[in-house]
Ligand binder design. Structure first.
Ligand code: ADP
Length: 704
């Protein structure tokens, strides 16, 4: 009822109020990262869409989605709009597949005849796979006056909204709200590994993630390291939290005081886990532990573009917090902030206000902290740093997934994704990363027990306020027709006929009359933080540059692992072998590291060297070559060297290419060795090209 009465803009008005409160609460000075970003709130709770099954991920091209992929609660489809009968969709068929040539060019709508001849048309969104985000998505589309296709569409849509993963549907054009591989990347083990690589390179910068060990592989290491620290400091009484890999909603999580308390029997082999230092001194509000769900938009991987929502959610525990002791270790309502758990506590408080109850807006928390004299600009800027650094840790492998699923030069959609960052504030206000969710819950209603045993879904004001704004403004940022609409809103004579159906040419609400089609919308709630703060963080992107090298030598399109020939070619082309590093030693290095990593990782279908194994080999080579330097300088020096040699090689090949086009084959020119890509292939991966060409000619220090 509330939603209906709120019509097109209600959430907007409320959002503006919250933003104003947060801004009013924010002190003027800027700390760390330019705190010009509005102090916002964040944090959220509950049910995440289930993980995409690993084994389902197809290589090389997207697979056809199956309804059964996501055991999340599917919603009954809304009735089909009369004007748009969707018979094929009703039969579950996907008929929108276009000939490859249409692909991305079509989406960009830059100059195709259809684009030119249509009057401003609404952006089209396929919401048929939106699942639990459907309600918030519908409201967003309505506010934007775009066109929803709830049952899919025979023709391509501009935007596809998936509830679970990139592979929910078979798409070859447009934009999709998931990156391939994101679900894998944010699993607890993968995230821990990715952050650990960064911690090895930049320990200070990455101390926002609790020290973690991967079980069962690192159980002995865990035991040994804990014993070592305890021997050095007998007063150290740590607590650890054990979290099953791929788990969510607090499922299977427990606290321990000693490594010997880990429940090794049975479960770990079948279900690996991460064991992590437990943050014993969280910031409390009303004596309760709480965490923050912050929404982050990864708008683009290359170039990297990150936005953060100004407000998020805070989820509260429902039992007053005490530091962990053997007596209270099992009190989940005291230690775990998951909404899905605490909702079952008798103490859970539903509230219609955004600043009270067990789920609140983060801006209301900041406001409260500010009133107590806390420097909330500093808190917010620390959170932004945490988010940027975490994304920097995730992107290298995401690029490997991306080129595998959407190889350069083949038709495919472009991707963006809303991520849910779960962050804990320590008592000293330092933000700690708990986890990243690839499918943060976008539900805007919650279950309420009306009478004993009788439950009903009721709208949740706080969820709607935060989540609708995030989805709507994500769509606004991704709007593929924005430029065109702006141009067309300037008066000019419109051509008559369009290639697409009449419904596609319906005017988008205000476009014809209103020079600013977004005038009815509130200011955008997503703030760009990258590349805005790129200068401060680019020096951290070493693994990204290593991933570019790795991808360059992958050879076969769609592969994610480097074969022995590719690795040898990398060594040769980068001139890394020497009298002290023979090619035989290179082969042994490849075999040793690859074998170990393949025995550790779950995905053993492809043989070859994965990115993490390549990084380990790279670290080894860097340490050999540049002794006595700190690791990050050794690695940076080796990257510079590799990029330098590869840029020379590219230049030589360009010259050779030109000469051979002119019918002259210069002496000594030969076919590229092994898996080395041709110049054209390299050009298909702008990062390699750009990095080699630019960075090698710059001193390394320019990066920082
Ligand atoms: P899940 O995906 O199952 O929700 P999380 O990693 O988010 O797993 O952990 C669940 C909850 O446990 C968090 O919301 C937080 O309240 C608590 N928690 C997790 N890790 C830590 C930690 N290292 N220190 C303190 N509390 C933690």
């Amino acid at each position: 009822m509330r939603r209906g009465s709120s019509g097109g803009e209600p959430a907007a008005g409320r959002e503006a109020d919250v933003g104003a409160v947060a801004r009013a609460a924010a002190p003027a000075e800027r700390v760390g990262v330019d705190a010009g970003v509005d102090a916002g709130a964040a944090g959220e709770p509950e049910r995440e869409a289930p993980e995409e099954p690993r084994a389902e991920r197809a290589r090389g091209r997207p697979r056809v989605a199956e309804e059964g992929d996501a055991p999340g609660v599917p919603r009954p489809p809304p009735p089909a709009p009369r004007a748009q009968p969707q018979p094929a969709r009703a039969r579950g068929l996907r008929l929108h597949r276009e000939p490859p040539g249409k692909g991305r060019g079509c989406r960009r709508s830059s100059g195709s005849p259809a684009d030119e001849v249509c009057s401003p048309r609404p952006v089209t969104v396929d919401s048929s796979k939106a699942r639990t985000s459907l309600d918030a998505l519908k409201i967003s589309i309505r506010q934007l006056r775009w066109k929803e296709f709830p049952f899919g569409r025979r023709l391509p849509c501009d935007i596809y909204w998936h509830g679970v993963s990139f592979h929910d549907n078979d798409i070859f054009s447009g934009q999709v709200n998931k990156f391939p591989g994101m679900t894998e990347m944010v699993r607890k083990i993968t995230l821990s590994r990715a952050v650990r690589i960064m911690q090895n390179l930049f320990p200070e910068e990455y101390n926002f993630y609790p020290r973690s060990w991967i079980l069962p592989d690192e159980f002995q290491l865990f035991v040994a390291q804990v014993r070592m620290v305890k021997d050095g400091d007998p007063s150290w009484k740590p607590t650890f939290i054990v979290k099953p890999d791929g788990g969510c909603q607090g499922d299977g999580i427990y606290l321990i005081k000693d490594p010997s308390d880990i429940r090794l029997a049975g479960t770990l082999q079948s279900r690996p886990a991460v064991v992590q230092e437990y943050i014993c001194k969280p910031l409390l509000i009303d004596k309760l532990k709480f965490d923050i769900r912050l929404y982050v938009l990864l708008k683009s991987l290359d170039p990297l573009e990150i936005y953060i929502a100004k407000d998020g959610l805070s989820r509260f525990c429902t039992e007053p917090y005490q530091e962990p002791s053997p007596k209270n270790l099992h009190h989940v309502f005291m230690h775990l902030t998951n909404y899905s758990l605490n909702i079952h506590s008798g103490n859970f408080v539903h509230s219609d206000s955004t600043s009270t109850g067990s789920k609140r807006t983060f801006s209301s928390i900041l406001c409260r902290l500010s009133s107590k004299g806390v420097d909330i600009k500093k808190v917010w800027s620390d959170i932004i740093s945490l988010v940027i650094k975490t994304v920097i840790a995730l992107t290298p492998e995401l690029k490997v997934f991306y080129q595998s699923d959407i190889p350069a030069g083949r038709p495919g959609p472009t991707c963006f994704q809303i991520l849910g960052f779960d962050i804990l504030l320590m008592k000293n206000l330092k933000p700690i990363l708990l986890e990243v969710n690839a499918n943060p819950s976008m539900r805007i209603e919650h279950e309420q027990e009306l009478s004993p045993g009788v439950f009903e879904n009721v709208p949740s004001l706080v969820d709607e306020e935060v989540k609708v704004a995030v989805i709507r403004d994500t769509l606004r940022l991704m709007d593929p027709l924005k430029n065109k609409r702006e141009k067309q809103s300037q008066p000019h004579k419109k051509p008559l006929a369009g290639k697409e159906g009449p419904s596609d040419c319906e005017p988008a609400g205000t476009s014809d009359t209103n020079p600013n089609p977004e005038a009815h919308l509130p200011s955008i709630c997503l703030k760009q933080v990258f590349p805005k703060y790129a200068k401060q963080f680019n020096y951290l992107r070493l693994v990204d540059r290593m991933a570019n090298l790795f991808i360059r030598f992958l050879g076969i399109k769609g592969s994610m692992k480097l074969g022995p020939t590719g690795f040898r070619t990398f060594i040769r082309n980068c001139k890394l072998s020497s009298s002290s590093l023979s090619m035989a030693a290179v082969d042994i290095l490849y075999i040793d590291i690859t074998r170990r990593w393949n025995s550790m990782t779950l995905d053993q279908r492809d043989s070859g060297m994965c990115l993490q194994a390549f990084i380990e080999a790279f670290f080894y080579l860097a340490q050999r070559k540049f002794k006595m330097l700190p690791l990050h300088e050794q690695v940076a020096s080796l990257i510079d060297l590799c990029e330098y040699h590869l840029s020379l090689l590219d230049e030589r090949r360009l010259v050779c290419g030109r000469s051979s086009t002119a019918g002259v084959r210069p002496p000594g020119s030969s076919t590229p060795q092994g898996a080395t890509p041709s110049v054209q292939q390299v050009e298909g991966h702008p990062p390699c090209c750009t990095n080699s060409a630019h960075k090698s000619s710059r001193p390394r220090h320019a990066l920082s």
